[in-house]
Design a protein around this ligand. Structure first.
Ligand code: SF4
Ligand code: SF4
Length: 465
C-alpha cells in the first residue's frame, strides 16, 4: 500500500512487541496505528480532551482506541483500499475532530489527527475531493483573490434562503452563521532591513507570523500583538512572502486547510513557501511568533510528516506561540511590559485543543499573572466542537454543538460577568454561535492592560459573527 505521508519516525514502533499486532499492510503507517496498547483509557469519562466524539456519543467506535481497532482490521485485509471504505470506519474517521487530545493524553501517544490526514489522503487518491472540502481547503486563496467572497458571505448569513441553498449545494449547515471577513484585512507594516537577531537600535528582534485567518478575519489581533511586543521593547518584523514569490501579496499560510482535507501537494506547497521565508530568520537567531495554535502545530508536528526535509523541523523547533514567547521572555527576566490592573474582576480562559497539545496553557497562566491583581481561572473543558470547519458542516453541526454544551457553554453561563479569553479562532466562533460574544484573544487583553491605553477602547467582539 502506497502511503502519502512520511511515517519513517515510526519505523521501530512495536517491533518485537508481541502485543503490537502490527497490521499486514501500510508499512510504517500501520506501525503508527499499532502503537495503541488497547488500555481503553480513551473510553473513560472525565475532563480530559480525549476523545470528544466518544464523550458526547458513548459510541466506542468513536474513541481513539475504537478507531485504531477499525483501522487495524482494514489494514490487515488484503483488499485494503476496499476495507478502508468500510462505512463504520469512514464514519469513525470523519468524526475525529483532529484535536490531538490522544497524542497528548493517551499513554501510547497515538496521533490520530495525523493518522486521519493519511486516511483522508488515501480517500482523496481514490475518490477525489468533494466540493465543500475543496472550497474549505482553498480558503486562503479565495480570501485573497476573490473580493466578491466577503459580500457573498454577508449575504448568505442574512438570507435564510441562501443559507438553505448553501446547505443543499455545499453541505454547510443552514443553522450556522459563517465567520465574516473584516472590512479591511491586516496591513503589512513597512519592511525593516534584516539584521542578525538585534535591531540597529539594539532591541531584540521578533518575527510575527500573521496567519491567513488572523489576516482576513481578525486583523485587530495582529495589531494588538504588534503593540504589545513593541511595548515590551522588541523590534517586530512581520513575516512576508519573498519578492520572488509568484503570489507576493498573498499572506503566508501554514497549509493546514489543505492538510486536514488530505490535499497534500497543496499543503506541501504552502509549508514550503512559509518555511522558505521563516528559515533565514530562525538561522539569524530571531524569535518567530505565531498567533494560532493550529498553525504552530502544523509546523512543529504534522508538517514534518510531509517529507520536506530538515528545514521544517528547524523552523518547527523554534516557532513559539505569542503566549509561549512572552512566558519565555518573562522567565528569562527579559520582559518588561508596562501593565496596569484591569476593570474586570474575573477572567475565564478557554484553551484551544492545539494549545493544550503543544503544552501552551502553562504559558497562558504565566502571562496572565503579569497583569497586576488579575483574577483568572481555566475552564475545564475539552474541544469546543468547531474544530476548523467541523461545527459548520451540516451533518456534524449537531455533534459539534453537543461538544460545546458538554462543559464549555455551561461554564460560560455560570459566570455571566466574567470576561473570556480564548486564543483559538474556531473556539471564539463556536462561542459566538452559541450566543456568547465575550471571548477575545490574549493579545487584545494585554493591549488593553498596557499603561497608556484607554480602558475598553480597544476591545471588540473579534469573531465578527
Ligand atoms: S488509543 Fe491510547 S488510550 Fe486509547 S486504547 Fe489505545 S493506548 Fe489506550
Ligand atoms: S484527535 Fe481528538 S477526536 Fe481524534 S481520536 Fe484523538 S482525541 Fe479523538
Amino acid at each position: 500500500m502506497k502511503t502519502f505521508l512520511d511515517w519513517s519516525a515510526y519505523q521501530d514502533a512495536g517491533m518485537g512487541d508481541a502485543y503490537a499486532d502490527i497490521p499486514k499492510h501500510g508499512g510504517h503507517f500501520a506501525k503508527a496505528v499499532a502503537v495503541c496498547i488497547n488500555s481503553r483509557q480513551c473510553e473513560t469519562a472525565g475532563k480530559q480532551v480525549m476523545c470528544p466524539s466518544f464523550q458526547v456519543s458513548g459510541n466506542p467506535n468513536l474513541s481513539t482506541g475504537g478507531r485504531v481497532r477499525l483501522l487495524k482490521a482494514a489494514l490487515s485485509n488484503d483488499l485494503t483500499q476496499e476495507a478502508l471504505c468500510d462505512p463504520t470506519l469512514t464514519e469513525a474517521m470523519e468524526l475525529c475532530v483532529s484535536c490531538k487530545g490522544c497524542k497528548r493524553e493517551c499513554e501510547a501517544n497515538v496521533d490520530m489527527a495525523l493518522i486521519k490526514v493519511e486516511y483522508r489522503a488515501q480517500q482523496v487518491a481514490r475518490e477525489g475531493v468533494r466540493l465543500r472540502e475543496r472550497l474549505l481547503a482553498h480558503m486562503p486563496r479565495w480570501l485573497h483573490r476573490s473580493p466578491w467572497l466577503k459580500p457573498l458571505i454577508r449575504w448568505r448569513n442574512r438570507s435564510p434562503l441562501l443559507a438553505r441553498l448553501s446547505e443543499h449545494w455545499i453541505g454547510i449547515s443552514a443553522q450556522r452563521q459563517l465567520p465574516e471577513p473584516a472590512p479591511k484585512p491586516f496591513t503589512l507594516p513597512d519592511a525593516s532591513p534584516p539584521s542578525p537577531g538585534v535591531s540597529a537600535d539594539g532591541r531584540p528582534e521578533v518575527v510575527l507570523l500573521v496567519d491567513t485567518f488572523t489576516h482576513h478575519f481578525e486583523p485587530e489581533i495582529a495589531e494588538a500583538t504588534l503593540a504589545v511586543l513593541q511595548a515590551g521593547g522588541y523590534a517586530v518584523q512581520v513575516a512576508r512572502p519573498a519578492t520572488s514569490d509568484p503570489e507576493p501579496t498573498r499572506p503566508l499560510c501554514c497549509g493546514r486547510t489543505y492538510l486536514v482535507q488530505g490535499m497534500l501537494d497543496e499543503a506541501r506547497a504552502e509549508v514550503r513557501r512559509l518555511v522558505d521565508v521563516l528559515l533565514p530568520h530562525v538561522q539569524a537567531g530571531r524569535a518567530v511568533v505565531g498567533l494560532e495554535a493550529s498553525c504552530v502545530v502544523n509546523l512543529r508536528e504534522d508538517g514534518q510528516a510531509l517529507g520536506l526535509g530538515d528545514a521544517v523541523a528547524t523552523v518547527g523547533d523554534k516557532i513559539l506561540l505569542f503566549e509561549e514567547f512572552l512566558a519565555r521572555e518573562s522567565m528569562a527576566k527579559r520582559l518588561s511590559l508596562p501593565l496596569r490592573p484591569l476593570q474586570e474582576t474575573e477572567t475565564l480562559v478557554h484553551g484551544h485543543c492545539h494549545q493544550k497539545a503543544v503544552g501552551a496553557m502553562k504559558a497562558m497562566r504565566r502571562v496572565l499573572k503579569l497583569i497586576p491583581g488579575h483574577d483568572f481561572s481555566m475552564i475545564e473543558a475539552g474541544c469546543c466542537g468547531m474544530a476548523g470547519s467541523f461545527g459548520l458542516e451540516a451533518e456534524h453541526a449537531e455533534m459539534a454543538s453537543a461538544m460545546a454544551e458538554r462543559d464549555l457553554m455551561p461554564a460560560l453561563r455560570d459566570k455571566p460577568k466574567a470576561q473570556i479569553i480564548a486564543n483559538g479562532f474556531s473556539c471564539r466562533q463556536q462561542m459566538c454561535l452559541h450566543g456568547d460574544t465575550r471571548s477575545r484573544h490574549l493579545a487584545i487583553l494585554l493591549r488593553e492592560a498596557l499603561v497608556g491605553t484607554s480602558c475598553r477602547s480597544l476591545s471588540s467582539n473579534s469573531a465578527r459573527l
